[in-house]
Design a protein around this ligand. Sequence first.
Ligand code: 5GP
Length: 180
Amino acid sequence: MLIVVSGPGGVGKGTIAELLVERDKNLWLSKSWTTRSRRDGEDEDSYVFVTEKAFEKAIQDRAFLEWAEFHGNFYATPWPTPPEGKDVLLEIDVQGAQSVTKQGLDCLMVFVDTPTIEDQAQRLRGRGDSEEEVQRRIQEGERERSNASELGAIFVINDDLEKAVAEIQSIISLYRSRKL
Ligand code: 5GP
């Protein structure tokens, strides 16, 4: 089973994805590749940080389930290799979610959003993004919301982390029991 968590930059989807796998032993979090550099204080393990050359080679080798360019950097999901019986969780952008559905893969699509755009801006500033980057991510967020609704994603508002995680856990459990 494939579960995709998307959402605009700064919404906290990375934290949500980590909590989901920590609390649900049947979930396996895919680790993405990226060509962007590591942010100050960012965990070394949060991505496989690679050069553009290595990224291009992997595209040629068909090593990715999907890849996308986001604000001048490349991101990709390698073909998932979960342990037997585990469901795969992807934390990717909406373009990535679109390619997953285009490939005809059946998946549960969740879009995590901030309560307001001002909240999104504050979160991005709080993690040290430049003002230019903040404005870019906000514009991108608008497009992502509209594309996510077209994909039929289920929207979850992250105004309270625990509440958002619990809500996604219920959505996953409904999906597992084929009630969604
Ligand atoms: P950030 O640079 O803030 O870590 O991530 C930027 C965007 O890239 C986020 O929306 C994040 O979800 C997305 N992203 C992370 N990994 C992947 C991936 O493997 N594929 C795609 N398509 N997007 C990704």
